[in-house]
Structures are given as structure tokens and as C-alpha cells.
Design a protein around this ligand. Structure first.
Ligand code: AMP
Length: 389
């Protein structure tokens, strides 16, 4: 609930909290302390008010900048213990912010987000000098809880969490898709800040590609089948941008979602081929309550399509119930026919593959790791999903 509040609301809330609790403490009867030989009422009062201030200013998760400021103020208050000072500082911070005409997003973006490699590298050099573990989550923005689950894994397992927000043109084989891809950097920064991300790298196309990237990757079957076959050049673009980002960030850990199941295999192959020393961590698919896999593209669904879209996950789940008894082909036919029976839906492909090699299987005994990968057009919107059998 508190993370939904704006920075200003959090700031005001923290100061109101301090003032209310402080005032209650001020009104406590002096007689209660009169008999205490060690602590005078005034000492105790100042200590209590200071503690309340410390709690109020640092527990309420204001932006990092405010939090730092809050802690300095708290230290000051430890020495002086004065509600007047708190009110004065609250008032002057608020007035200053308004006078400067800064929006919450401005503050968050300036605190969190940078668009050039130089700043990012300088920031990371310091962290690396201190032997800090760097975690990295590459995204194209328009963030939702699926992305944030990756960020949470990253924050939990590393000292520094860097997230990139970059809509990479080289991985779009459809110009219309690139042009209409949702871009919401300001809102993304707000979400990332509350998720505990330390640095948002949001470069321009020129920053990432001062010259065209002419590299062609040969990553074998993992990049050639399914998405590779249907979206020519897509995985080459993914390998280009992710390798560039890995060279810039040099992370210890990188986090990818299993929603783009084949993409993880491509990244693993690329990292192996280029010998990049990073651990690739895969994270489970986050879904809506009705089963639809979260995706930045879901916002493009009409209300009717949105209502129909959970059919994909539902059918995959149902197919897993009888998968061992039916042949691989029967399961494939069931999934395709069930989804295509809805006029709004059109299955582009459904394949059951070995989850490591991405090679199609004919019999369940062909692999110990069978995964079904699907792409469906729901109206104009291309949705992907998968299931482990
Ligand atoms: P994108 O911004 O679409 O390139 O996605 C960035 C990362 O978030 C990729 O590793 C995706 O696989 C991951 N991701 C996207 N949607 C989900 C989801 N619903 N659950 C888990 N991870 C996701």
C-alpha cells in the first residue's frame, strides 16, 4: 500500500507521523519520570522524540535521496531533539521542491536513471572497487509485476541492482511493433525505485548504437527454431543488445524470465560463445489471477480480447493433465484445436521441445525436460507462453 503513494505523499506522511507521535509524547505527564534518578524528563523526551524521528524518517520508504537526507536529519535530531526543527525542515524541503518546480518523477529519475554509459561505468567502478556483487535485469520497459519479480530476485541476491530500459530496434522485425511498443520510463522509474533497484540505465538508440551493429551470431538450433524461424533476425538483435549491455555492466548475475523461454537458451548460448563471465538466472513466469502471463503487450488487448486471452494458459494447463497418457502429437493437436476454436485466437505455432536444446520431440521419452512453447495472435496482439510437462 505504502509503495503506491507518491514521493510527496510519503514525505508528508513521514513528517506527519513524526509530528503526531512526537506531540503525544510531549504531552505525557512529567510526574511519570519525576522519580527516575538516572534520566531527567527532558533527556528522556529528547531521546524518545529523536527515536520517533529516526523511525519516521527511515522506516517510511521515501526515495533514496530523501532517505539519505532523512538519516542526516535524524542524526541532527539525536543531538538537538526538536519538533520545531523537524517542521522547519519539512516546510523548507517542500517549499524548495515546489520552487524548483520538480515533479516526483523528475526527482526519481534524476536520483535513479541515467542515459549514458559513462555515468553508469563510473557508478559501477566504485561498487566493484568495494567488491560489491552486481546484478542486472535487462528490460524494454513498460514494466509490470513480471519484470519486478526479476528485480526482486536481483535485489535479494546482489549488492547492487542495475536495470536497463531500452526498446532495442535491432530485435524488432516488425516496424509497426517497434513504433507502437509502449514506452513509460517515468512510471517505470517509480516502480523500480520501490522495488529497490539502485540504478536505471535508459540509453538512447544513439548511445547504444553510435554505429550500426553488424555482428551476426551463429548460435545453432536454439536460435533457429520457433521464434527464430517466425521472427527472422529477432534473436540476432537480442544477442547484439544483451552482449553490449553485458560488456557495459559486467554483471555477476543477470536475470531473465521464463516467459521468454527460448530467449534464455539463446542468451546462454551467446554468453558461452563470447565467453562472458556472467551467471544467467531464470525466473518463473508471473501470471494474472486468471492465468494470463503478464506482458507489456497485454495493454494492447481490447476488453474482449483480454477476456479471451487466458484461454492460452488454461489450455496448456489442461494439456499437462493428460500429457503422459496421450502421445506428443495428440497433445499438440489438442492445444492448437482448442485455442483455434475461439475466433479471436490464432495459434502461430505450438511445439513441444527439449527444454535445453529447443529441438522438437516426437516421443515423451526423447527428453527428460519437455516444454511446450506457444505463440498465439489474439486479434493483432502476439502473445507467447509455455508450459513444462
Ligand atoms: P521485456 O521487457 O519484454 O524484454 O522483458 C524483460 C524481461 O522480463 C525478460 O527476461 C522477460 O522474460 C521478463 N518477463 C516478461 N514478462 C514476464 C513475466 N510475466 N514473468 C516473468 N518474467 C517476465
Amino acid at each position: 500500500m505504502i509503495n503506491r503513494l507518491s514521493v510527496t505523499q510519503k514525505l508528508v506522511l513521514s513528517f506527519v507521523f513524526v509530528i503526531i507521535v512526537g506531540s503525544i509524547l510531549l504531552s505525557l505527564p512529567i510526574s511519570h519520570y519525576a522519580n527516575s534518578p538516572e534520566t531527567s524528563y527532558l533527556d528522556h523526551l529528547f531521546n524518545t522524540v529523536s527515536m520517533v524521528c529516526v523511525t519516521g524518517l527511515s522506516v517510511v520508504p521515501v526515495s533514496k535521496a530523501y532517505n539519505g537526507l532523512g538519516q542526516i536529519l535524524s542524526m541532527l535530531l539525536m543531538q538537538t531533539g526538536g519538533l520545531g526543527l523537524v517542521s522547519l525542515i519539512a516546510f523548507s524541503t517542500y517549499t524548495l521542491k515546489n520552487k524548483l518546480g520538480l515533479s516526483d518523477q523528475d526527482l526519481l529519475q534524476s536520483a535513479l536513471s541515467r542515459d549514458n554509459q559513462k555515468d553508469l561505468k563510473a557508478y559501477l567502478a566504485e561498487a566493484k572497487q568495494d567488491n560489491k556483487k552486481i546484478g542486472f535485469v535487462p528490460t524494454m520497459g513498460a514494466l509490470h509485476n513480471g519484470h519486478l519479480s526479476l528485480v526482486q530476485h536481483c535485489v535479494k541476491n546482489n549488492d547492487v541492482c542495475v536495470v536497463s530500459v531500452f526498446v532495442n530496434p535491432t530485435q524488432f522485425n516488425d516496424k509497426h511493433d517497434l513504433e507502437t511498443y509502449p514506452r513509460t520510463l517515468e512510471a517505470d522509474c517509480v516502480l523500480l525505485e520501490s522495488a529497490g533497484c539502485d540504478y536505471v540505465f535508459a540509453p538512447s538508440v544513439e548511445e547504444m548504437y553510435p554505429e550500426p551493429d553488424t555482428r551476426t551470431f551463429d548460435l545453432g538450433t536454439v536460435s533457429e527454431v520457433m521464434e527464430g524461424a517466425k521472427r527472422p533476425g529477432h534473436f540476432n538483435g537480442v544477442a547484439q543488445v544483451v552482449s553490449k549491455l553485458f560488456y557495459i555492466v559486467e554483471p555477476d548475475n543477470a536475470y531473465f524470465g521464463e516467459k521468454d523461454f527460448q530467449q534464455i537458451a539463446v542468451i546462454r548460448a551467446m554468453v558461452k560463445q563470447l565467453d562472458i563471465p556472467v551467471k544467467i538466472n531464470d525466473c518463473p513466469i508471473l501470471r494474472e489471477a486468471d492465468g494470463l502471463a503478464l506482458s507489456s503487450r497485454n495493454v494492447r488487448l481490447t476488453p474482449e480480447q483480454r477476456q479471451k486471452a487466458p484461454l492460452i494458459a488454461r489450455t496448456l494447463k489442461e494439456s499437462a493433465n493428460f500429457a503422459p497418457e496421450k502421445s506428443v502429437q495428440e497433445v499438440i493437436d489438442y492445444v492448437i484445436n482448442t485455442i483455434n476454436a475461439d475466433p479471436v485466437m490464432r495459434v502461430e505455432y505450438y511445439e513441444i521441445v527439449d527444454g535445453n536444446t529447443m529441438e522438437s520431440i516426437k516421443n515423451w521419452s526423447d527428453t527428460t525436460y519437455p516444454v511446450g512453447c506457444i505463440t498465439v495472435y489474439c486479434g493483432e496482439v502476439r502473445l507467447i507462453d509455455n508450459i513444462k510437462y
